[in-house]
Design a protein around this ligand. Structure first.
Ligand SMILES: CC(C)(COP(=O)(O)OP(=O)(O)OC[C@H]1O[C@@H](n2cnc3c(N)ncnc32)[C@H](O)[C@@H]1OP(=O)(O)O)[C@@H](O)C(=O)NCCC(=O)NCCS
Length: 178
């Protein structure tokens, strides 16, 4: 699999898959799983966008992503969740998703700010977000319960002008396709 991915709107019939990926023991430490009703709400409410990640013929369903705040008056959109099935991780699909989602947030949904929070222990995701232009804004200390205590939530964000500058920089370099 290359980094090439496609996002399609999640349907109610996808929710068994969504919940199984979210509940996968390899993914559990990094997210706080939702119940089915929360996912149904995110599919239905216009403030959310819920997508299945397709990663080529080998992986018609590679994972899912959720945006929240799409109707936010402050134009502040949150990358609420990104989860890939373990078989699809580490092959560039996550990075490709972040690029597509940032474009969607800033270009299609006219966001001013695109932000997320990520657990302190999730250094893999933090490295990805940082390398895609997100800036760490702060740490909410001991915010989420873990098996042996608490973990921080790291808040990271990108502004529209920062995304535009990065995009411009990339288009000028053939070795960094946008
Ligand atoms: C986080 C996640 C979306 C990243 O997607 P991915 O497809 O696995 O990541 P990519 O292959 O695109 O790699 C992107 C970057 O992640 C980092 N990365 C990937 N695997 C890593 C690992 N095992 N250790 C440390 N960093 C790693 C690297 O910075 C990599 O950059 P590189 O291309 O320069 O090597 C995916 O791994 C996932 O679903 N994880 C479980 C759920 C989760 O943590 N979600 C995020 C919650 S905030």
């Amino acid at each position: 699999m290359s980094g090439g991915i496609r996002l399609r709107p999640t349907m109610l019939s996808d929710l068994d898959f969504v919940i199984s990926v979210e509940q996968d023991p390899a993914n559990r430490p990094f997210i706080t799983p939702w119940d089915r009703t929360q996912h149904e709400g995110a599919i239905r409410f216009p403030d959310f966008r819920h997508f299945i990640v397709e990663a080529g013929p080998g992986y018609p369903s590679a994972g899912f992503v959720i945006l929240q705040g799409c109707r936010n008056p402050h134009r502040s959109i949150e990358l609420k969740r990104i989860v890939l099935s373990p078989a699809c991780q580490g092959q560039g699909a996550g990075r490709a998703c972040i690029r597509v989602l940032a474009q969607m947030a800033f270009r299609d949904l006219r966001a001013h700010r695109f932000w997320l929070d990520v657990k302190g222990l999730n250094t893999r995701a933090q490295a990805l977000y940082r390398s895609e232009g997100f800036i760490e804004e702060g740490r909410l200390r001991e915010s989420v319960k873990t098996d042996d205590g608490y973990d921080a939530l790291v808040v990271m964000a990108m502004l529209d002008r920062e995304h535009a500058a990065m995009h411009e920089g990339r288009s000028g370099h053939a070795d960094h396709p946008a």
